[in-house]
Design a binder for this molecule. Structure first.
Ligand SMILES: Cc1cc2nc3c(=O)[nH]c(=O)nc-3n(C[C@H](O)[C@H](O)[C@H](O)COP(=O)(O)OP(=O)(O)OC[C@H]3O[C@@H](n4cnc5c(N)ncnc54)[C@H](O)[C@@H]3O)c2cc1C
Length: 255
């Protein structure tokens, strides 16, 4: 079936964004809260093999750093890219946090629905989100929604969210444990998570969770986790520009 491609003229009705019962969000926030990440740390870790203790005090200049990082990336000598960390605070719907948490070389701490009452904040796509898919699993192509699609999605979803949250609060008021009451909340409920990785793990994540047709192994992640990846990549390229450039040059494959 070929979906009819139309101009995106839909807008989320503002009344739905300011419902007294629930809050609808379309953004996903990624904040770098801590880090110890630099290109020089990669060079020093690599140089310890030939310079021993001297490596820690060496700085042979940007040209040398760039050349060695390119060499390490090209040869897939990955361990020197592990001696650093980046910690992010992410606010995203649960289904996106779930994608993030598949990455086993990271460390995570997430908001608990056992220990706190969750806020009535839920995800809906905005006007920029492609809403329809064509093709087969693994080869989907996403196209804009038809007129009215976005309004239908937002109106249907917000009704379900409001009903689910009402049920949740009624259970809490009746004395039911938070860990039981939470089962009625949808995966579109916002959660917050601390996520820490090193540059090697981050590059692996970026290779899988961004869609770049020019990559050596193009991936097709869901747009919402890609937004997380894009936020992280902006910080990574700022803190480790030579490592990021080498990652780009060698096909966005983690060494
Ligand atoms: C487009 C896309 C679609 C996906 N669809 C699905 C889906 O339908 N269902 C689903 O369940 N998952 C799905 N996933 C998740 C996917 O299967 C991986 O779990 C996720 O991408 C993490 O990748 P990873 O295992 O390479 O990396 P990480 O978990 O980040 O680990 C990094 C690397 O460490 C090594 N490693 C880690 N753990 C082990 C281990 N136990 N044994 C050996 N080596 C290890 C591997 O080399 C691995 O590549 C999807 C991912 C993407 C990007």
């Amino acid at each position: 079936m070929t979906a009819q491609v139309t101009e995106k003229t839909t807008e989320i009705p503002s009344v739905l964004r300011t419902s007294p019962d629930i809050t609808l969000r379309s953004d996903i926030s990624v904040e770098l809260v801590d880090h110890n990440a630099s290109d020089l740390s990669v060079v020093r870790a690599a140089r310890v093999s030939t310079a021993g203790e001297r490596a820690q005090h060496e700085d042979k200049g940007a040209g040398y750093t760039e050349g060695l990082i390119k060499y390490l990336m090209r040869c897939r000598h990955g361990s020197p890219f592990e001696h650093n960390y980046l910690t992010f605070l992410i606010s995203a719907p649960i289904f996106t946090v779930r994608h993030l948490m598949r990455h086993r070389t990271w460390s995570f701490n997430e908001e608990s629905a056992r220990y706190r009452e969750l806020e009535p904040v839920f995800y809906v796509p905005d006007e920029s989100r492609l809403l329809r898919q064509e093709g087969k699993p693994g080869h989907y192509n996403y196209v804009p929604g038809r007129p009215g699609d976005l309004e239908d999605i937002v109106s249907g979803a917000s009704g379900v969210y409001a009903a689910a949250y009402r049920e949740y609060t009624q259970m809490l008021e009746a004395g039911i444990a938070r860990e039981i009451a939470r089962m009625v909340l949808p995966v579109a409920t916002y959660s917050s998570v601390y996520a820490t990785c090193n540059a090697r793990a981050l590059m692996h994540f970026l290779g899988l969770r961004t869609h770049r047709p020019d990559a050596a192994y193009p991936s097709s992640p869901q747009r919402e986790i890609e937004l997380v990846a894009e936020g992280m990549e902006a910080e990574f390229s700022r803190l480790m520009p030579l490592t990021h450039a080498a990652f780009e040059s060698y096909g966005r494959v983690s060494p």
